[in-house]
Design a protein around this ligand. Structure first.
Ligand code: ATP
Ligand code: MG
Length: 439
């Protein structure tokens, strides 16, 4: 079918602008066709645009033959522009429909999509991800990504209003920050470099000049296994602050989570309705347990785990059954945390660290950082890392590095909680994992 150029046509109204008070007005609307229905002499075409549907109503005898033929020849998903007159009618989406006078077919949809976005049986996530942007025309992912937008805006607003400076740090880096295993190497001119696993060292350094910083940006982890909560590229909300300890930053973190959930609950009523969920704004403070208490509770239920072990997926599942809400696990064994986490002065086998959990899902990790060069060098060695590789970072610690603390909060995991989705892929536009690098 011949398609038309956009030419000098411009949209005058979107679906949300329309309403009965525009009765009689000439408008130009554009969108993709979400439904075509013939009822006797009338053809109803729904076109979907940025935020809703517009009803275009053509009537045999009144609408030109040419227009009628064109409308009937179109398939779902075709993209059209209509010039016409608004007519107030209570049954139409915004209480108004358009009586078409001119049409441009901007693109056709000639191949039937591999799945229907209008209901009926939906294939598994892998098939849907293969045609992600088409899939994103569905109401459910539309709701999810509008909530994601609101979440981002709300996090930015909360942190900016509390005096944190938004920063951007490099994503191509020279050495590992969290240990080497999960790094993606990249060829950087003639050298080997890596994709950043976290902005850790940069955000720590920035506390010596800006004191309070945050970053919302991608981090990369070559996760060896495919799970419902791990991806190879995620968005991390990182915060770092001078002159505070881990206890202070847990307070900031819980307020941030509460604020964000409240904002989404207030602003995304339509979206949460679409998802069939209600957001319960959590009360503060969140419960705090120590790692040792959690191990004891697990052992009491008969779960086999020794002090010092990391919490496996099955351990997390068990804990999530006992504590389904938000809670902190504090004071982890020093050996299980990265080198930059500060051991307690009076009990160095335990660290000033925390994980924020939502049931069985870890959504954030943080702690007080080591701010002494000597201790940091020893910690690097303890973890089998070469201080030489971190020399430029360590040098700064000779020039007045303030005591500082911070956290990394997984944006995608936060989204899983906000939308009550079990698979992280549902809340990420174009997820990356061991088996997926496209689209
Ligand atoms: P996990 O134990 O769940 O693999 P982690 O402890 O290795 O996570 P951290 O290094 O503590 O992760 O990163 C801080 C936060 O970033 C995590 O709490 C989580 O929200 C998020 N995160 C880290 N790695 C991933 C990943 N591969 N996929 C999704 N989110 C992640
Ligand atoms: Mg962690």
């Amino acid at each position: 079918m011949k398609v038309d150029e956009l030419g000098d046509w411009r949209r005058t109204h979107t679906s949300t602008d329309l309403g009965p008070k525009l009765d009689g007005k000439d408008v130009t609307v554009m969108g993709w066709i979400s439904s075509i229905r013939k009822q006797g002499k009338i053809i109803f075409v729904l076109i979907h645009d940025i935020k809703g549907d517009i009803q275009v109503t053509a009537i045999t005898g009144k609408t030109s033959e040419k227009m009628l033929t064109k409308l009937q020849s179109l398939s779902l998903h075709s993209v059209i522009a209509i010039k016409g007159k608004v007519k107030s009618i209570s049954k139409a989406p915004q209480g108004a429909e358009i009586i078409p006078e001119e049409i441009k077919i901007l693109n056709t949809s000639e191949i039937k999509p591999p799945f229907s976005i209008f209901g009926g049986e939906l294939p598994g996530i892998d098939k849907r991800l293969d045609m992600r942007s088409l899939e994103l025309r569905r109401p459910k992912p539309q709701a999810i990504f509008r909530i994601r937008h609101t979440t981002l805006v709300s996090v930015r607003e909360f942190l900016s209003n509390n005096g944190y400076l938004e920063v951007q740090t490099p994503k191509i880096i020279a050495s590992a920050t969290e240990g080497g295993a999960s790094l993606f190497p990249v060829l950087y001119y003639d050298k080997e470099a890596f994709l950043a696993q976290s902005p850790q060292l940069y955000k720590e350094q920035l506390t010596m000049c800006f004191e309070k910083v945050f970053e919302i940006g991608p981090i990369f982890r070559a996760e060896p296994s495919r799970t419902l909560r791990h991806l190879a590229e995620i968005v991390s909300i990182d915060l770092e602050e001078a002159y505070v300890s881990y206890e202070d930053v847990t307070k900031t973190l819980e307020k941030l989570v509460q604020h964000t959930m409240k904002t989404v609950a207030d602003k995304c009523e339509e979206e949460t309705k679409e998802l069939g969920i209600t957001i319960t704004v959590p009360k503060l403070p969140f419960k705090r347990y120590t790692y040792t208490e959690i191990i004891n509770v697990l052992q009491e239920t008969g779960f086999k785990i020794n002090w010092g072990a990391d919490l496996s997926t099955s351990a997390l599942k068990k804990i999530g059954e006992i504590y389904p809400d938000f809670y902190f696990i504090n004071d982890w064994p020093t050996a299980s945390k990265p080198f930059y986490i500060k051991p307690k002065s009076d009990k160095p086998e335990i660290s000033e660290s925390f994980d924020l959990m939502a049931g069985s899902l870890e959504i954030s990790s943080g702690g007080t950082r080591v701010s002494s060069r000597r201790l940091l060098t020893n910690r690097l060695k303890d973890q089998g890392l070469k201080p030489k590789l971190f020399e430029k970072h360590l040098d700064l610690f000779d020039h007045g590095m303030p005591p500082h603390a911070g956290f990394g909060l997984g944006m995608d995991r936060l989204m899983m909680i906000l939308t009550q989705e079990e698979n992280i892929r549902e809340v990420t536009l174009f997820p990356r994992d061991r088996l997926r690098l496209t689209p």
